[in-house]
Design a protein around this ligand. Sequence first.
Ligand code: AMP
Ligand code: ZN
Length: 469
Amino acid sequence: MNTGLFIFDTKARALKEVCAKNGFEVSIYCCGPTVYRDAHVGNLRTFLLGDLIKRTLTYSGYDSRLIQNITDVGHMAEDIAGNEIGEDKLLAQSKAEAIDPFEIARKYEANFHTDLAKLNVIPAAAYPRASETIDLMLKLIADLILSKHAYVGTDGCVYFSATSFESYGEISGNRLDSLKPGHRYDYFEDGAKHFHADWALWKAAENRTEMIWDSPWGPGFPGWHIECSAMSLELLEGNVDLHLGGIDLRFPHHENERAQSNSAVGYEVVENWVHGEHLLFEGRKMSKSAGNVVLLNDVIEKGFDPLALRLCFLENRYRSQMDLTWDSLRAADATLERWRKKLAQWQDQGDIDEQFVRDFCEGSLADIQQDLDTPRALQQLRKLEKDELISGATKLACFVSVDEIYGLEIARAPKVKAEATPEILDLLEKRKLARETKDFPASDNLRDQLLKLGISIKDSPAGQEWDWN
Ligand code: AMP
Ligand code: ZN
């Protein structure tokens, strides 16, 4: 079943039409969060990519089934030359917070769902947890050993034999012959693997006492990559029409997943590998050490609608690296507010030109079906907003319809003044005092600060009046 949606496939290095192989719904797998911390706005950009695709398919009349895993075990702290080493991220955080690792997982998993709800993300069909699908992974690993794609190393870990999968490297271009062992690899692996690019499917517990399970190879825990193979094969019945993730997952995570899944079933499991580019914040990579990790809650605390973040992402193509700034969030927040006010006014203005609405919406969908060109579609929406020849009622109908794809709740009632944040109320009070004491430079400065927060002020004999821009 063809859907008319064309997306860039990292493996084919070309646009490919999204098709539902099973003939009735598009199967989508999106790599989910590692729940040892809150998702930052970069992670959320990748998760919103899945929602945009799902909404576009729905708008075009096609069903989809989205699965997003919850990584709560096996994702190690460092990834050097494709080798995962260091401590399990969950266990490290469990130590840092002095809380049981499973409690850590449930806490951040709940926060993840809260964030998605605030961003108006349509829930996935399932959010399987790695820690609850160990049986599936054990079965898959056993099958891979039987078919000689995997072996038990001298250290008791089970490794996937990279050379057993001939087309390894086709997604990322990192072919095995060009993958040199990292200088730290030799030290860490100590010869347990047959080949430097092999990776662990099952890791022996050794001194680890938490988050371990019994297995035919002794107590241990799964590698991160096998989790996504096991869950996608099981929950999407052996066929993934679209596989999503951030660009960093291209190698080794997706390369390894492809090798595992294809080797297990003997055919190409994923039709289309889609990768979202990374998000920068104020021009820099977000990192804990740089202290510039921004969460959705930070956006909300600044007084912005969480959907302003969604609008910022839609204004940029998913395949371009994007620089998010407080200014762009502020502008998006003001745009959303302006649209909501206009929609309320357009309600009673003229008749609906049904043909125009149909053409406009088809045009928007056509843009988005071309590799998710939402910036172009939004440009058309802004043009429509300003078009004085089109009736308000027609504009309203167009906005409401295409918002099914954007998910911006454009038809929501505009903010009321009572929703001003404590920061805004404080600045308003300070400005009132500055005017009373005739400190006009201070008053102007406060006006500018308020303007940046989306507030405009009018001074009248009755005092200062404010409104959202
Ligand atoms: P993690 O929770 O680290 O496993 O990451 C969850 C998802 O977020 C993965 O698909 C990553 O590729 C993606 N991701 C991580 N950092 C960024 C970023 N700065 N911008 C966009 N996506 C990201
Ligand atoms: Zn994954």
